[in-house]
Structure formats: structure tokens, C-alpha cells
Design a protein around this ligand. Structure first.
Ligand code: NAP
Ligand code: GCO
Length: 262
């Protein structure tokens, strides 16, 4: 098979929450594979800086400033991109937040914000981008899931509920839109070093040490570790793959962790 099937030349990708962390790495990887990019963010300063950075390394990129949880803004932005910039061939639903608290202390406001950002927003963005993809009879959607799509952990109930939800949204949508030649798949990152987990990613922090002991690869993932699977799922090479979640987790989900002693 020709490697051209992995090529993203002449493809346009929209990446939500793409100015840093996993979203930025995926965006840059897509750009290096030939795609032109639309980076979404809700912070104008971060967005401008990110676009300059990408353009500085020769990638075609423009910004789309909107909060993914605001249905009206999402609809307007997608319509604007489709009509003034061009078709969105690839959508990555990456924007996400976490609020860590035991359920008995978790406010309804925080619960709602996590569900809206991590689950309702991917529905909204997929809905409006999907309407155009359906007309064109082609498209790729990649939903950023999590280990918490499969596993629970104390203090992350809203996040785990949303990430379990996005896994099932991925599967349901793949059934609905497969007839239109749209593939919707997910990537479940393991523990990846980004700002979302900076608070406990220090040597000596019990959660940091637990994660390292629990991850067969014995290290934190990097955002770049997600680029290969993302390019694959965005490219023609994955045209017969639909509704799947690829876990990029250093082997964590496959095991119950390294024994402390033998
Ligand atoms: P991150 O660095 O905090 O990135 C999250 C991005 O989402 C930020 O750019 C953030 O923008 C953006 N965002 C949040 N709410 C938004 C909104 N309402 N509208 C638009 N953008 C919004 O964390 P990350 O680790 O790269 O996370 C990216 C995705 O991977 C998330 O879905 C996360 O749940 C998932 N994930 C991460 C890990 C991990 O270990 N890092 C593992 C599994 C899954 P602001 O700067 O404006 O907040
Ligand atoms: C946590 C983490 C996780 C990760 C990730 C795991 O507090 O356990 O933040 O939720 O970010 O989603 O795959």
C-alpha cells in the first residue's frame, strides 16, 4: 500500500482547544502531514500566538475564536469557516477540562461545566460540521476520549462520566453517519504530560508515582505520542475503521500494573 494513503495534503482540519497540549501536537502533526489547519480557542491571545507559531514553521493555519460550549457561536463559526475558508475535512474534538473533587463536594456548576465542555460540545461541533460532511458524503471525526472512558478514579466523576459518554457518542455517531462515508473514531490518551495534570506531575507526588508504577512503559506520555494515531484516523488509511477507540497509554489499560515486588 502506498504511504500516500496517510497523506493529509489538500485536507483541512479543525482542532478544538488546539493552542496547547494534545490539541496543539495533533494540529502540528497534521500540518506536517500536509493539512491546512483551523485552530479553535476561546482565548484570543493564545490563539494568535499559536497561529504565528504554526505559520512560522511553514504550516497553513488560521484561527477560529469561539467557546465550544456555546451552541450559537459554534454554529456561526462552522458556517463562517465552511463558507469563507473552505470545507472541513477533519474535525478533532479535543477541547476539554477537568474539575477534581469528591462527589459530596462537587458543585452542580462544576459538574455541568465538565459535561458541557467534554461531552455536549463534541456533540454540538460534530452536529454542525457533520451537516456539511453529510452533504459532501465524506469526513473524519476524531473524539479525544480518555482512560476515564473505561476506568473510574476517585475525584474525577464528572470527567469520567463525560469521557464514558464521548466514547458512546463516537460509537452511536459512527452507526448513524457511516452511510455518508464519515468515519468517527476516538483516541484515548493515557497519562500525557500537559497543563491539565501539571498539579500532580512532580516526583514524590503519590499520584505521579502511582501513575508511573501503573504504566508499563514506565513514563508519562508526551503530546507527540498521539500524533501517529491521529494522522492514521484522519487519513484515507483508516477508511474502513469506524466507531473504534485507540488507546495510546503506554500499555496501562492492558494490565493491572507492575507488581511492587516479585
Ligand atoms: P490542556 O492543555 O488543558 O488543553 C485543553 C485545551 O482545551 C486548552 O487549549 C483549553 O483552552 C481548551 N478548552 C477548554 N475549554 C474550552 C472551551 N470551552 N472552548 C474552547 N476551548 C476550550 O489539556 P490536554 O491534556 O491537552 O487536553 C486535551 C484533551 O485531551 C482534553 O479533552 C482532555 O480531557 C484529553 N485528555 C488528556 C489527557 C492527559 O493526560 N493530558 C489524557 C486523556 C485525555 P484554555 O486555554 O482557554 O483553557
Ligand atoms: C486524572 C487525570 C486524567 C487524565 C486523563 C487520563 O486526574 O486522573 O487528569 O483524568 O487527564 O484523562 O486518561
Amino acid at each position: 500500500m502506498s504511504l500516500a494513503r496517510f497523506d493529509l495534503e489538500n485536507k483541512r482540519a479543525l482542532i478544538t482547544g488546539g493552542t496547547q497540549g494534545i490539541g496543539y501536537a495533533i494540529a502540528k502533526g497534521f500540518g506536517e502531514a500536509g493539512a491546512s489547519l483551523i485552530i479553535n480557542a476561546r482565548n484570543e491571545e493564545k490563539l494568535n500566538h499559536c497561529i504565528q507559531q504554526l505559520q512560522g514553521i511553514g504550516i497553513t493555519a488560521s484561527g477560529a475564536l469561539f467557546d465550544v460550549t456555546q451552541a450559537g457561536l459554534v454554529k456561526e463559526a462552522i458556517c463562517h469557516i465552511e463558507n469563507t475558508i473552505g470545507p472541513i475535512d477533519i474535525l478533532v474534538n479535543n477541547a476539554g477540562i477537568i474539575k477534581r473533587a469528591p462527589v459530596e463536594n462537587l458543585s452542580e456548576e462544576d459538574w455541568n461545566e465538565v459535561i458541557q465542555t467534554n461531552l455536549t460540545a463534541p456533540f454540538l461541533v460534530s452536529k454542525y460540521v457533520g451537516q456539511y460532511m453529510i452533504e459532501r458524503r465524506r469526513g473524519k471525526i476524531i473524539n479525544i476520549c480518555s482512560l476515564m472512558s473505561e476506568l473510574g478514579r476517585d475525584t474525577v466523576s464528572a470527567y469520567a462520566a463525560a469521557k464514558g459518554g464521548i466514547k458512546m457518542l463516537t460509537r452511536s455517531l459512527s452507526a448513524e453517519w457511516a452511510p455518508y462515508n464519515i468515519q468517527i473514531n476516538g483516541i484515548g490518551p493515557g497519562y500525557i504530560a500537559t497543563p491539565i495534570n501539571a498539579s500532580y506531575r512532580a516526583k514524590g507526588n503519590p499520584l505521579n508515582d502511582y501513575i508511573l508504577s501503573r504504566t508499563p512503559a514506565g513514563r508519562w506520555g508526551t503530546p507527540e505520542d498521539l500524533v501517529g494515531a491521529s494522522i492514521f484516523l484522519a487519513s484515507e488509511a483508516s477508511d474502513f475503521i469506524n466507531g473504534q477507540i485507540i488507546y495510546v497509554d503506554g500499555g496501562l489499560l492492558a494490565t493491572f500494573g507492575k507488581p511492587i515486588t516479585y
